[in-house]
Design a protein around this ligand. Structure first.
Ligand SMILES: Nc1ccn([C@@H]2O[C@H](COP(=O)(O)O)[C@@H](O)[C@H]2O)c(=O)n1
Ligand code: CDI
Length: 160
């Protein structure tokens, strides 16, 4: 069994007039995330962890933000592409763990919905997909509610 580890990190700015999409879930909030796609920073960090583990670079390489094809696209669609790539190399995802740094809103009530969207795409059972949230105690850009950051790690497994 070959095992590879990956890490992903992403940040998106919080602005008015945009939706707050995390893990494919539209979370009610007065601010949303700015980006070329739907700016789903959680899904982006997970994709970067997967691509990193597979030695495939990052999401900017696969989905350039200069390409109109990706304007407003659901990041879950991009995750499906990433999973196709990962599986074409013979890998399956072992587990994913992620921490979302957001001062507000409270994300715990939305974790089950996020896991229900992401788990099937990743091919993961509930216990192998862990999502966490933390405030930064009002410190830094997340604490000032200027943006949300996510750090994600994953394992990829290939039997050989
Ligand atoms: N946006 C957030 C941030 C945190 N949580 C939950 O609150 C717990 C305590 O947060 P601290 O930053 O004080 O450690 C944290 O463990 C999360 O369960 C949340 O739901 N949404
Ligand atoms: C996802 C992509 C592609 O639409 O755009 P954004 O939503 O701006 O996200 P980011 O994490 O800045 O970079 C990756 C991009 O290529």
């Amino acid at each position: 069994m070959k095992i590879k580890v990956g890490i992903g990190y992403d940040v998106h700015q919080l602005v008015s007039g945009r939706k707050l999409i995390l893990g494919g879930v539209d979370i009610p909030h007065e601010l949303g995330l700015l980006g070329h796609s739907d700016a789903d920073v959680l899904t982006h960090a997970i994709m970067d962890a997967l691509l990193g583990a597979a030695g495939l670079g990052d999401i900017g390489r696969h989905f350039p933000d200069t390409d109109p094809a990706y304007r407003g696209i659901s990041s879950l669609v991009l995750l499906e592409h990433v999973m196709t790539l990962i599986r074409s190399l013979g890998y399956e995802v072992g587990n994913v763990d992620a921490v979302i740094a957001a001062q507000r809103p409270k994300l715990l009530p939305h974790m089950t919905d996020m896991k229900a969207k992401l788990g099937p795409l990743l091919g993961l059972e509930e216990s192998d997909l862990n999502l966490k949230a933390t405030t930064t105690e009002r410190l830094g850009f997340e604490g000032r509610e200027e943006g949300i950051s996510v750090t994600a790690v994953c394992l990829l497994e290939k039997s050989s």
